[in-house]
Design a protein around this ligand. Structure first.
Ligand SMILES: Nc1ncnc2c1ncn2[C@@H]1O[C@H](COP(=O)(O)OP(=O)(O)OP(=O)(O)O)[C@@H](O)[C@H]1O
Ligand SMILES: [Mg+2]
Length: 212
């Protein structure tokens, strides 16, 4: 199964989500490979940190090659292929989208991020000719203060976008997600009992309900 984590805007949390989802799937005993199609190579870097630190299991991350489409489809169906993309390589993003089974779209709670998500749909249309994979969006970096309404507004806006379903499990703005990337560990590895871990586990269970 090929899962692409994508959005047009930088910093929405794509690499963070791919990294944590990949380790969550491995924790569930699932075979996983990841592709880092972003020239920034954040996912490659964090997997390298993890390897250097000797944390198990390691995460296998591949860079894009000329044969990207064949590479993505080379893996047996039971292998979870997770793909991190970046706007700096739109060609690779489109190829991954074209061959994906599902797209997961992190959307920070702001109007520019909603606009970027709407524009992202043009890219998906272009890549697939309207033969859409399953597409779901969720609010990432939600404000923990309940008086702030942006996350509600952003979810309302997501519901208005055609062909995208809302995952109503938000990931909140939590420092541990930043540490996750710098330390090469998943949030649930760093802290078994934290709000971020509970939120992430619930979210991951929504992305892969058969493993919840
Ligand atoms: N829920 C969260 N809470 C706190 N920090 C977060 C959260 N999600 C992501 N971050 C942090 O925000 C920053 C950007 O996240 P990340 O690199 O995953 O985004 P990205 O979409 O991959 O960015 P880019 O487009 O530059 O590749 C990182 O420092 C990351 O640790
Ligand atoms: Mg990234």
């Amino acid at each position: 199964m090929i899962t692409v984590v994508a959005n047009l805007k930088g910093g929405s949390g794509k690499s963070t989500v791919v990294f944590n989802l990949a380790l969550w799937l491995q924790m569930k005993g699932q075979p996983v490979v990841a592709y880092d199609l972003d020239p920034q190579q954040t996912l490659m870097d964090v997997a390298e940190v993890r390897r250097e630190e000797g944390y198990a299991p390691a995460l296998q991350v591949y860079p894009p090659r000329e044969s990207l489409l064949e590479d993505l489809n080379y893996h047996p169906k039971n292998v979870h292929v997770l793909v991190d993309v970046g706007a700096a390589n739109i060609d690779a993003m489109k190829q991954a989208i074209k061959t994906s089974d599902q797209i997961i779209i992190p959307v920070p709670p702001s109007q520019p991020d909603v606009w970027a998500t709407q524009r992202f749909m043009d890219i998906v249309e272009d890549a697939t000719g309207g033969q859409y994979p399953k597409m779901r969006a969720f609010v990432n970096r939600a404000d923990t203060h309940c008086a702030v309404r942006e996350s509600d507004d952003t979810e309302d806006a997501i519901k208005q976008i055609a062909n995208i379903d809302l995952i109503s499990n938000r990931l909140f703005q939590r420092t541990i997600f930043r540490r996750s990337l710098s330390e090469g560990m998943a949030v649930f590895e760093m802290s078994k009992r934290s709000k971020a871990t509970d939120e992430f586990n619930t979210f991951a269970g929504s992305v892969f309900p058969e493993l919840a």
